[in-house]
Design a protein around this ligand. Structure first.
Ligand SMILES: [Zn+2]
Length: 461
C-alpha cells in the first residue's frame, strides 16, 4: 500500500513559551526538523532538554535552521549526540554566528555540570553536560550554508528557500514546499524600522503559516532608544554612576555599539570609559562587519562601532573592572543575566543605589533579567543573595522582535491568505493575544498549539 501523502507538522517546542523552537515536518517516509533550539529560562522548561527526543534522531533527514540564537540552534549538538546524521542548512551569516554560539553553549554546559558536581547539587552523580564544547565544534561540520532566496532540496520532496527576516545577522524565515503544500515558518521576525537590519521580506502565498508572537500582546514605545541611551548616559556621567548593560552578545550588542558610536561622534555624550566585556560579543561584532550586504551599516559605521568601546578579553581585566569607580559603562553578556561575565559585575555593582542596570531586550520568565525587570530587591548569583538597589531601566525599543502591530503590518503587506495559522514562540498571554489580533484583523483560522501536538497541513483531503 502506498504511504499516505499527508504533510504532518508536530510542535516539539516554542509552544506557549519563547524557547526550544523545534518543528517536525513529515511527508511520506521523510522527516525534517525546522529549528532545533534549547529550552531556556524556568527549570521546568530546562528539564525538557534532558527528555528523550520524541522521534529517533537517526530518522530525521535534515535540519533547517532559521537563525543562530541558541533557543533555535542550541539543541543541535545534542541531537547529533543522540544519532542525527543529516545536514543542517542555514544561511552563511547564521553559520558564522553558530561557530561562536554553539561551542560557547557547550562550554557553559560543561561549566554548569562541573559546578553541580563541586557543590553536589545534582541528583545525578556525576552531573553531565548536555553536550561538550568539543561536541559542539564537531556538530559544525554537518552545517551547510545556503544563500537567501536560493531554492534547495535537503531531502526528496522538500523544496526550501530562506527569506530575509531582519532579526539578527543571517536570520531567515523558511519557506517550504512539500507535497502540494507551501508552509512558511517565520522564525523570529525583526523590526520594520531597525537601525541595523533591513525590513523582513514579504511572504508569498502559503497554505500554512507558523508565526512567532514574542511581543504578541505588546507595542514597543515610540521613543528612540538612542535618545533614551543618551539621556541615561549623560545622567550617569553627572552622578559618576556605573551603567551595567546585560546585552545579547549577538544582535543587540552591535546595535548598542552603533548608537554609542553615533552619539559620541555627534558629541551628544562625553568621553568616558566604556567597555565591552564579552569576547563572544566582540567576535560577533567582527562577524557582523564581515557581512556587509546583509545589513544597513556602511564601512565607516562598522569601523566606528568597532572602535567605540574598549573590548575586554582577559579574565584579569574583566575582574579589574569591578575595582573601578564610575562613571563608566560596561556592556557584558548574557542579555538575561543567566550567565557570563555580567554576573560578576552585578555582584559588584547592583547593591549601589547610584548605579544603573539597563536591560536591553526580552527577558524570559525565570531569568535574573526578568526578576530585575519585575523589580526584585535581591537576586541570587552563585548561590549568594545580592541586594539590588541600583536603578533598573529598560531600553525596550531596542528589541530585535517586531511587536504585534509590526507583525500585523508585515502580514498585511504580504497579502497572504493562509488556510491554517499556528501562533508559536510567545508566552501564553502573548500567543493568545496575538491569535486574537490575527482573527480580528484577517479572520484567519488560528491556533495556539500545545507542546507535542501534531496536525495535518491542509487537513485530510
Ligand atoms: Zn532569535
Amino acid at each position: 500500500m502506498p504511504l499516505p501523502e499527508f504533510v504532518r507538522l508536530r510542535f516539539l517546542g516554542a509552544t506557549q513559551t519563547v524557547t526550544g523552537s523545534k518543528y517536525l515536518l513529515s511527508y511520506k517516509d521523510k522527516k525534517i526538523l525546522v529549528d532545533c533550539g534549547l529550552f531556556q529560562g524556568m527549570k521546568s522548561l530546562r528539564l525538557k532538554n534532558w527528555e528523550a527526543f520524541p522521534v529517533d534522531p537517526k530518522t530525521i533527514e535534515a535540519i533547517i535552521l532559521t537563525h543562530a540564537h541558541v533557543d533555535h540552534s542550541g539543541y543541535i549538538p545534542r541531537l547529533i549526540k543522540d544519532g542525527f546524521r543529516g545536514k543542517i542548512f542555514c544561511t552563511p551569516g547564521t553559520l558564522a554566528l553558530c561557530k561562536i554560539l554553539l561551542p560557547d553553549t557547550g562550554y557553559l554546559q560543561e561549566e554548569e555540570a562541573e559546578y553541580q558536581n563541586r557543590r553536589k547539587t545534582s541528583k545525578h552523580s556525576p552531573a553531565l553536560p548536555l553536550f561538550t564544547q568539543e561536541e559542539a565544534e564537531r556538530a559544525l561540520e554537518q552545517f551547510v550554508p545556503r544563500n537567501f532566496h536560493e531554492e534547495f532540496e535537503p531531502s526528496p520532496g522538500f523544496k526550501i528557500k530562506f527569506l530575509y527576516a531582519g532579526h539578527i545577522l543571517g536570520a531567515a524565515m523558511a519557506l517550504i514546499k512539500v507535497g502540494k503544500k507551501i508552509i512558511a515558518f517565520s522564525g523570529d521576525v525583526g523590526r520594520l524600522q531597525d537601525p541595523v537590519f533591513h525590513q523582513p521580506d514579504n511572504l508569498p502565498p502559503v497554505d500554512a503559516l507558523i508565526v512567532e508572537s514574542t511581543y504578541g500582546d505588546r507595542r514597543h514605545p515610540d521613543n528612540h532608544p538612542m535618545v533614551e541611551l543618551e539621556r541615561i548616559i549623560n545622567q550617569a556621567v553627572v552622578h559618576k554612576s556605573v551603567v551595567l548593560i546585560p546585552a545579547f552578545a549577538v544582535g543587540r550588542t552591535q546595535t548598542l555599539l552603533h548608537f554609542l558610536a553615533q552619539l559620541k561622534k555627534a558629541k551628544r555624550i562625553p568621553e568616558f570609559p566604556m567597555f565591552l566585556n564579552s569576547p563572544m560579543a566582540t567576535t560577533a561584532t567582527d562577524v557582523l562587519c564581515q557581512f556587509r550586504t546583509l545589513h544597513k551599516l556602511s564601512d565607516l559605521e562598522c569601523d566606528e562601532l568597532q572602535g567605540v568601546v574598549r573590548c575586554v578579553r582577559s579574565v584579569e581585566e574583566s575582574k579589574s573592572l569591578n575595582d573601578r569607580r564610575g562613571p563608566m559603562l560596561i556592556i557584558s553578556a548574557s542579555g538575561m543575566a543567566t550567565g557570563g561575565r555580567i554576573l560578576h559585575h552585578l555582584k559588584a555593582f547592583a547593591a549601589n543605589p547610584n548605579n544603573v542596570i539597563l536591560l536591553t531586550g526580552f527577558q524570559a520568565a525565570g531569568t535574573r533579567g526578568r526578576s530585575l525587570q519585575d523589580g526584585a530587591k535581591e537576586i541570587k548569583i552563585f548561590g549568594e543573595i545580592i541586594p539590588v538597589h541600583a536603578h533598573v531601566q529598560i531600553l525596550e525599543n531596542l528589541s530585535a522582535h517586531a511587536d504585534y502591530a509590526e507583525l500585523l503590518q508585515w502580514l498585511e503587506r504580504s497579502r497572504i491568505q493562509p488556510k491554517q495559522v499556528f501562533v508559536t514562540h510567545g508566552e501564553p498571554e502573548s500567543a493568545h493575544a496575538f491569535r486574537q489580533h490575527l482573527v480580528e484583523k484577517f479572520g484567519w483560522n488560528c491556533v495556539v498549539p500545545q507542546q507535542d501536538q501534531e496536525i495535518l497541513v491542509g487537513g485530510v483531503e
